[in-house]
Write a protein that binds this ligand. Structure first.
Ligand code: DMJ
Length: 478
């Protein structure tokens, strides 16, 4: 009898106290979810301010900080800014604007990574200018862009891996294609705002240098020498190392309308869909192939350490591709790929950084709070309206809170099989991951419409209306 009463009581309690954050597209619940994301963002930002202010990243377990180089480039603050704007956190944004204007100088004797500072610092500052229209912010962005041009002074026009912000020296001739040619978007915007075509022209020259070296079947390989223009090996894919090259071909064309980019995008996407797709009844992967024959490659030389690895290797970064497919209008392939990524997430509860789909093993099992799978679910929820994509984001957010939340913020994960935490919170967690989750949960309220915006690869948003194509032709000089 006692146990029946106890069970009944438990049932009554369970029915009466539903978890307020259950998944639902119902407007009230959705707003509660959005408020939850916002309050976690604020908690993490306060954690950053307390333990890492002025530095590049927060170390969320040791409650300290780390800079990418010998001096800080203030990357977390610049990356976090546009997410704060999207969330309406205007007290915080004012503080960052003042900080950028009063306290940041780019005159630093530091070698910085050309690709990384372009998407985070130049992209972040340009978005800050979009929101503020403050000439002092644009001056900071242009000062940065002007220094970045030094990297592009190579015999081919493709940038060196590193450049020195103060001296303008550049080094590192072996780079991947994403690092060689993912600049047209930010440098096009800089040219547009400053009415000086030199930035877009430098970025486009780098792209054309890659395109001139494409194989007969219109595929690029991953690693190239910026001095000789020689490919370092012949493996082609859409994975990390090439990813944003394709993303920016499409986004730069859609934003500025440079007609030379359209056939490059069209030939590229045709080649990708012809040679890279590996489809089964239950999966839809984009594999690695030989750039000349289109044949699958499973014995890969890696750029960083020249070690060979075997298998159908993909990286969690590749989950950006459904978003790009959806943006291009190809919802069929976008949905199939996203479903495959979603399956992988569910297999572990978070995604492994590198996965071999032939052997079905996580080759490198870390998860660094990356946004790509969430970004793609957000795009697909927008374009298809299908609730399953909203549900995916709900689940990703739930899992991130379950496994990555720390006392002061969120942490990366060393191994998704054990969920052991790693003392690092990357800057893109502020810029991208939290933004795409928040935007999914607020989609129905209409405050931010994806149709009116275009994101750089670090999720800094720009209004499409800010760029008039006729004007772009003059300001970008195409
Ligand atoms: C981000 O810095 C950018 O999205 C980049 O293009 C590759 N992916 C990381 C986050 O995973």
């Amino acid at each position: 009898m006692k146990s029946i009463i106890y069970s009944l009581l438990t049932l009554i309690i369970l029915c009466g106290c539903q978890n307020p954050l259950t998944k639902s597209t119902d407007q009230n619940k959705t707003n509660e979810l959005a408020e939850d994301v916002k309050s976690e963002f604020v908690r993490s930002w306060e954690g950053y301010k307390k333990y890492a202010w002025g530095h590049d990243v927060l170390l969320p377990l040791s409650k300290s900080h780390k800079d990418w180089y010998e001096e800080s480039l203030h990357i977390s603050a610049i990356d976090a800014y546009s997410t704060m704007k999207v969330m309406g956190l205007d007290d915080y944004t004012k503080e960052i604007e003042n900080y950028v204007i009063d306290s940041i100088s780019w005159d630093k004797d530091l070698y910085v990574k050309t690709f990384e500072v372009n998407i985070r610092i130049l992209g972040g500052l340009l978005a800050m200018y979009e929101y503020t229209n403050d000439q002092q912010i644009l001056d900071k962005a242009e000062d940065f862009g002007q220094r970045m041009l030094a990297a592009f002074r190579s015999p081919t026009g493709m940038p060196y891996y590193w450049f020195n912000l103060k001296t303008g020296e550049a080094k590192g001739k072996k780079i991947n294609v994403a690092e060689a040619a993912s600049y047209m978007f930010e440098m096009g915007i800089l040219s547009y705002y400053t009415k000086n075509p030199k930035y877009y022209q430098a970025a486009k020259k780098a792209n054309m240098a890659v395109w001139e070296r494409v194989s007969d079947i219109n595929l690029v390989a991953e690693v190239i020498n910026v001095e000789t223009g020689e490919w370092m090996h012949g493996t082609s894919h859409i994975c990390a190392g090439i990813d944003s090259y394709y993303e920016y071909l499409l986004k730069s064309y859609l934003t500025f309308g440079d007609p030379e980019l359209l056939p490059i995008w069209e030939k590229s996407i045709y080649a990708i869909n012809t040679y890279l797709v590996e489809e089964s009844d239950t999966s839809f992967w984009y594999k690695r192939v030989d750039m000349h024959t289109g044949q699958k490659k499973t014995n890969l030389m890696y750029a960083d350490n020249d070690e060979a690895i075997e298998g159908g290797i993909i990286t969690l970064y590749d989950a950006f591709f459904p978003a790009v497919l959806a943006l291009s209008g190809d919802l069929d392939r976008a949905e199939k790929t996203q479903d495959t990524w979603n399956w992988l997430w569910n297999r572990y509860g978070l995604e492994p950084m590198i996965y071999d789909f032939d052997a079905a093993v996580a080759t490198y099992p870390a998860y660094d709070l990356n946004p790509e799978i969430i970004e793609s679910a957000y795009y697909l929820y927008h374009y298809t309206g299908k609730e399953k994509f909203y549900d995916m984001v709900f689940q990703y957010w739930d899992d991130i809170k379950k496994y990555c939340k720390t006392e002061v913020a969120f942490s990366s994960i060393k191994d998704v099989r054990t969920m052991e935490k790693k003392d690092y919170m990357p800057t893109f967690f502020f810029a991208e991951t939290m933004k795409y989750i928040y935007l999914t949960f607020t989609m129905e309220d209409g405050a931010f419409n994806l149709d009116d915006h275009v994101f750089n690869t670090e999720a800094h948003p720009f209004k499409k209306d800010s760029f008039n194509k006729k004007e772009a032709k003059i300001r970008l000089g195409y």
